[in-house]
Write a protein that binds this ligand. Structure first.
Ligand code: PAF
Length: 285
């Protein structure tokens, strides 16, 4: 595995060599502190491409002023060992100054799919995500790029950006990886105290109950959301930011689940903001 710590010319050269050697290139963009969820994306990319590039970059542009940019967990050496073991070809781990000019003034903004849900409570977040993801696409030129469905809105915003800007890359969404008790894997789970960790299981439990309700024939969005609310509001340690049932592509509001949909939520457990979701009906991967 070649590790490139930030030199863009070196990255371009290494990618050029990869392309000559072994067919398609898969890209897995990450912010590091890797867990089994990230590794599932890496394995998928390795199985579908001649070579795989992983990026590790905690992108300051997607964090708000009062968010956890500084505190975001980092362990670059361990991450690189994990990626080497998986058989990744290149890991690119730049610092902010390697990617952003001090006076950078160009951004990528998606204006519809990014508007609500996390976009409403994290202004500028998706602008930061789209800007870095497009930069990585331009730097690496992957044939396919892999994103987890835990960040379902992010996945759909990126799909929309790629569609609207004719970016020649195939976006692949990969299923959420969960702990045994159902908690969706996230680098931020490390922030949870033992009692918060117990409370956090309610997110996946409530989504599971709602999915069962849907599968038993309930199609009324209000009733399905009510089922999640009931579970989450019963624990005072949880502060619900949103519970939304949306069309799975544009993320527009649904009253009745008559097409593929996603039930998504964001909840604060103590100081930690967690998100999770479940798909209702068949949704494109
Ligand atoms: O999902 C993430 O880890 C980040 O938002 C991403 C896609 C790597 C962009 O910084």
């Amino acid at each position: 595995m070649i590790r490139i710590d930030g030199n863009i010319a070196k990255l371009r050269e290494a990618v050029r060599c990869l392309r000559k050697g072994s067919g398609s290139i898969g890209l897995v963009p990450t912010m590091g502190y890797l867990h089994e969820g990230h590794l599932s994306l890496v394995r998928k990319s390795i199985s579908e491409n001649g070579s795989t590039v992983v990026t590790i970059f905690v992108n300051p542009l997607q964090f708000g002023p009062n968010e956890d940019y500084e505190a975001y967990p980092r362990d670059l050496e361990k991450d690189c060992l994990l990626l080497e073991k998986e058989g990744v070809d290149i890991v690119f781990c730049p610092k902010p100054e390697d990617l952003y000019y001090p006076d950078h003034s160009t951004y990528v903004v998606e204006e519809r799919v990014s508007r609500d849900l996390c976009g409403a409570s994290r202004p500028g977040h998706f602008r930061g995500v789209c800007t870095i993801v497009l930069k990585l696409f331009l730097l690496i030129g992957p044939d396919r790029a892999y994103f987890g469905e835990k960040d379902f809105q992010q996945l759909q915003v990126i799909r929309r950006m790629v569609r609207d800007l004719n970016v020649p890359v195939e976006i692949r969404g990969c299923p959420i990886v969960r702990e045994k008790d159902g908690l969706a894997l996230s680098s931020r789970n490390v922030y949870l105290s033992p009692s918060e960790r117990l409370s956090a299981v309610a997110l996946s439990r409530s989504l599971k109950a709602a999915k069962e309700l849907y599968d038993s024939g309930e199609k009324n969005a209000g009733k399905i959301i009510g089922c999640v609310q009931e579970e989450l509001l019963s624990d005072p340690a949880l502060r619900v930011e949103y519970i939304e049932l949306r069309d799975a592509e544009e993320l527009s509001v649904l009253e009745t689940v008559d097409k593929p949909a996603v039930l998504a939520l964001a909840v604060r457990v103590g100081k930690t903001r967690l998100i999770d979701n479940v798909k209702l009906g068949e949704v494109e991967a």
